[in-house]
Design a protein around this ligand. Sequence first.
Ligand code: PMP
Length: 397
Amino acid sequence: MFEQVEAYAGDPILSLNEDFQKDPRSNKINLSIGIYFDDAGRLPVMNAVREAEVELTREIIGRPYLPMEGGADYRVAAQKLLFGADSEVVTSSRIASVQTLGGSGGLKVGADFLHTYYPDSKVYVSNPTWDNHRALFEGAGFTVDTYPYYDPATGGVDFDAMLTTLSGLAPNSIVLLHACCHNPTGVDLSQEQWAQLIPLFRERKLIPYLDIAYQGFGDGIDADAFALRALAEAGLVFFVSSSYSKSFSLYGERVGALSVVCASRDDADRVLGQLKAAVRRNYSSPPTHGARIVAKVLGTPALRDAWEAELASMRERIKNMREALHAGLTKALPGRDVEYFLTQRGMFSYTGLSPEQVDELREKHGVYLVRSGRMCVAGLNQGNVDAVAKAMAAVLA
Ligand code: PMP
């Protein structure tokens, strides 16, 4: 039995991380994994999270199952964070939200729901995208294709090609979009470009599915939610999967949500019922701890202020590292355009390095990047950024 079971190739990013751990060089630098590290290279425990957690341990209570849809406070807090507390979609109860196991769980529950009601739809993801997008939607039974997105020639979005492809899609096609801080490129759509997509979604009867895993890491909590708020204001029906892994530094607690913005409260009630059924069929109900922390932070004004300030300092640190890397490369390679490091947003950057250059960077200089050329900017710090700039310059020269 099981002779036919193929060996799992593993996740390329996680395997690279294992190689990094085994590398004996003391000056090695890991810029591969999508985790925010502080300037000392440590995984931060945010102060607001620590305080919330201490308070929660003071009020230790019995731990029954959460309902299938998750904690009520958490779900409302997640909606308000995404859409704004006064948003009409929130106040008129037009959103069906469930607490999920991270953003990945949100994507999967939404994919399962959609496959029940739109089994013949195809899913379109950006080229390139986070690898697990394809896997999650294929796992739910969909055929997944791509729409043009990143333009290596300009280091920006090939928006004309994107529009052309989206304009030719069949009605009810599912279009997965990164709301901010695109993974892996760091290249986001502008507000004007989102405004152009909205009538297209409506006219072509497409189903937008927004993934927001880095709210607060780009330009701010509200600015990063621009796309979802614009779609909500335009009266569209759409999906949002959100993750709090990064913004609360709670990776292992698996805190996320799926929100479906519906045309009416009545629709939202029925959609919520079927999302609960999708949860029940997958894992019955979500875990308690992480979501209680997030709800406590978001629902306690002093903790929320502290969290926002700390998130802002994380965002600023990433921007400072972008500037330092840009300055180092500009100095070492005068005349080479590396402006994209400044305009890209969030934890990731497409460096423009070829797979061979990535290999050389790792083998000769001990700097680990994903072979696509994706760098995790949040792995840079004042202690390693000069070395990274020099190593990259040596490989690019
Ligand atoms: N979407 C994107 C774009 C991501 O980068 C990630 C995390 N790498 C996720 C979703 C999943 O988030 P989580 O870890 O909360 O499942």
